[in-house]
Design a protein around this ligand. Structure first.
Ligand code: HEM
Length: 245
């Protein structure tokens, strides 16, 4: 349930902080790294409750990074040329880099707990093994997407290759949903009310995104066909030329 609130606040913050983010993205990257560092410090050495509680929800549960990824993905559902699209599209890469940094804390801490279980020699259930394999795929996709979001990396790639690589965001986002379900469904199916509420909220967001994205693709294709028809239609000049030929 916290995720619904975090998402609303994140959307508002993305709109409000768009100009400072565009002007000085490195300050936001540095802030995200600092938050990760404080979180990792808290994991090992503890922190006052007032500081740890928000970090637990935002970083350990990966909810802030996910909320930012949701904004990044939904930008692709907006109609090109509308005000929200023109406002947020230029900071899409910057938003995904901030999300990328914020997701590192979650991944590092859980990978650290998986590794001894998997490679420690004891018997590992197929469930844990499957979750671990999926986590590794998520990690690899995130590294590729994150690294290619930086402007200096993008500059060294052809536009066609860069666009192809960025399409990996779709399987990445779909697999995050699978990952979240794998983590929460067992508890939700055993009657855990918090897990059930979380599954419901995440499902609305991910399935809603899927529907919006397909809707946008269909509408864009319709617009493109209409433009082609207008471009192919004879102009007044063509018709006059035909009359006097
Ligand atoms: C190396 C990659 C990853 C590993 C090892 C990993 C591990 C885990 C684990 C163990 C949990 C269960 C936590 C619990 O029982 O409370 C979890 C939950 C979760 N993970 Fe990941 N994860 C990874 C990548 C990601 C990514 C890339 C995202 C999203 C951007 C993500 C989002 C979430 C979310 C939203 C939850 C559920 C939190 C909740 O509402 O309780 N994870 N992850």
């Amino acid at each position: 349930m916290d995720f619904a609130i975090i998402l609303v606040v994140t959307v508002a913050a993305c709109f409000a902080l768009r100009n400072p983010l565009k002007a000085c993205p490195t300050a936001f990257y540095a802030a995200a790294i600092l938050v990760d560092a404080v979180y990792v410090y808290g994991v090992f050495f503890g922190l006052p409750r007032a500081l740890w509680s928000p970090l637990f929800v935002l970083i350990q549960k990966c909810e802030l990074a996910l909320a930012l990824f949701v904004v990044v993905m939904f930008i692709g559902c907006l109609k090109a040329g509308t005000r929200p699209y023109r406002w947020l599209k230029p900071v899409r890469s910057e938003l995904s880099i901030v999300a990328w940094f914020l997701a590192l804390g979650h991944m590092a801490v859980y990978l650290e707990s998986y590794v001894p279980r998997i490679f420690g020699g004891s018997e590992v259930s197929s469930n844990v093994l499957g979750s671990f394999a999926l986590a590794i795929v998520l990690l690899l996709l995130l590294v590729v997407l994150g690294v290619t979001s930086f402007a200096f990396v993008k500059k060294h790639m052809s536009t066609a290759t860069w666009k192809k690589v960025q399409k990996l965001a779709y399987p990445f986002f779909a697999l995050v949903y699978v990952h979240v379900l794998l983590m929460l469904l067992p508890s939700a199916l055993h009657g855990g009310a918090a897990a059930q509420a979380s599954v419901a909220v995440y499902s609305v967001v991910f399935i809603g995104y899927g529907l919006c994205r397909v809707g946008r693709a269909l509408l864009d294709a319709q617009d493109a066909r209409a433009h082609e028809r207008v471009a192919a239609a004879p102009t007044v000049q063509d018709e006059l030329d035909a009359v006097f030929e």
